[in-house]
Structure formats: C-alpha cells, structure tokens
Design a protein around this ligand. Sequence first.
Ligand SMILES: CC(C)(COP(=O)(O)OP(=O)(O)OC[C@H]1O[C@@H](n2cnc3c(N)ncnc32)[C@H](O)[C@@H]1OP(=O)(O)O)[C@@H](O)C(=O)NCCC(=O)NCCS
Length: 212
Amino acid sequence: MTSTFPDISISTERLVLRPFEEPDLDALAEMMNDELVVAWSTVPHPYTKDHARAWITELAPAERVEGRGIVFAVTEFLTQRIVGIVHLQHTDWRIRSSELAYVVAPWARGEGYATEAALAAAQWLFQDQKFERLELRTAADNTASQQVAQKIGCISEGVLRNAWIVRARGGDGAWTDVRTDIIVWSLLPEDLAGIGEQLAESGGFTLYTDWN
Ligand SMILES: CC(C)(COP(=O)(O)OP(=O)(O)OC[C@H]1O[C@@H](n2cnc3c(N)ncnc32)[C@H](O)[C@@H]1OP(=O)(O)O)[C@@H](O)C(=O)NCCC(=O)NCCS
C-alpha cells in the first residue's frame, strides 16, 4: 500500500496553506511567470493558463495521491489572495524524510511569508506526521532562498557540484540554461527548538501553527 499525506490545511498567524483550487488559476499563472521563478525553478516558460490548469487539476493532486509529497497553495488569511506555493516532494516514507521547495509571488516578498509557510510545513511534518528529516536544495547563487533556509534553522550540509541547471538572461534578453552548484540543507525536529523565540525577537511573526 502506498503511504500518502492526508488532505489537510495548515493555518499560521498570517497564512493558510491549503490545496489548490480552480479559481487560483490566474494567480498561479501570473506568479509562475515572474523573473525569479523562471530563473531558479524548472517550471515551463512561458507558463500558460493550460500549465496552471494541469498543475491544479492533475499534477499537484497526484503528488499527494501517488505518495510523493503534498502541494500547498499559500494564501493570505486576511485577503485570501494566493501568495505562494509550498511543495513537499521526493518523500521517502521509510526514512521519513521529504524535500521542501517554495515560491512566493513577487508582490508578497520580503514579508517573511516563505519563512512562515516553510516553518509551518516543517512543524506539521515533524509533529503530526512524525518525520525525522526535511531537506532543502538551493542553487548556489539563490541568496533569498538561502536566507529562508537559514531563518527556519536549517543546517547547510554541503555542495553538490554542477548538479543543477538554472536559467539566466543572455545579452539578447533571451533565457539560457546555466549549470550551477547546489547547496543541500537539512532540518531535523530538534533544530526547530528555539526558532520561534529567535523569530519573535528579531521583530518577525510569532510561531503559531495549527492543522486540520
Ligand atoms: C525565495 C523566496 C521564496 C523568498 O520569499 P520571501 O517571502 O521573500 O522570503 P522571506 O521574506 O521569508 O525571507 C527572504 C529573506 O531573503 C532576503 N533576501 C531577499 N532577496 C535577497 C537578495 N537578493 N540578497 C540577499 N538577501 C535577500 C530578505 O531580506 C529576507 O531575509 P531577512 O528576513 O533576513 O531580511 C522568493 O524570493 C521566491 O519566490 N523566489 C523565486 C523562487 C525560488 O527561488 N524558490 C526557491 C527555490 S530553492
């Protein structure tokens, strides 16, 4: 029998992480065409409404149902707007380990949303699902993503040389593939201890996470 994550929502102080729904289509397509998303992720480009529809109706649900992980649309609790995506992928059920990826829409960046959403997913994974390891992989030059990894308490484990391909704009403005190193980060349940206090002290949000 394939292990799967339950079909749930997670609430934080400012965010709700929930499954994608068809009305999210336009917001998703817009977010995935952003420059930084094209640069650092492997999503198709240009990202069309058909891509968004396939993600919402087929690909994202299949991640959960087929046991590979779970995809959350990250929404602002107050406005209900889509601010990002949190994706647990490449889940190993015997090791109880999964890999975390995230995107935040350009207009919502710099507010700590990626940090808040990633921490909520990690807390749920460790406390509710009894996982023992969360892994993150960031391209060597993706500073914002590395900041998020550090803020949630991840430990950097090393560099995978030439292990990934990102996209950069060439002289003519067209996107080209560029080979890059990857930094591997991990978070274990004990790494989360004390992170809530650190974030609150640095003027961030309080650590409140709930799921159902
Ligand atoms: C990475 C990403 C999800 C961060 O989202 P976010 O909601 O802005 O993240 P947060 O606000 O929680 O934290 C971002 C941190 O990076 C810092 N940062 C942002 N851009 C930076 C840059 N170019 N150089 C250095 N630091 C940067 C911010 O200052 C902040 O740190 P601080 O709180 O210490 O000031 C967002 O930039 C994004 O969607 N990027 C494109 C997709 C992507 O790269 N995904 C990750 C793939 S591994």
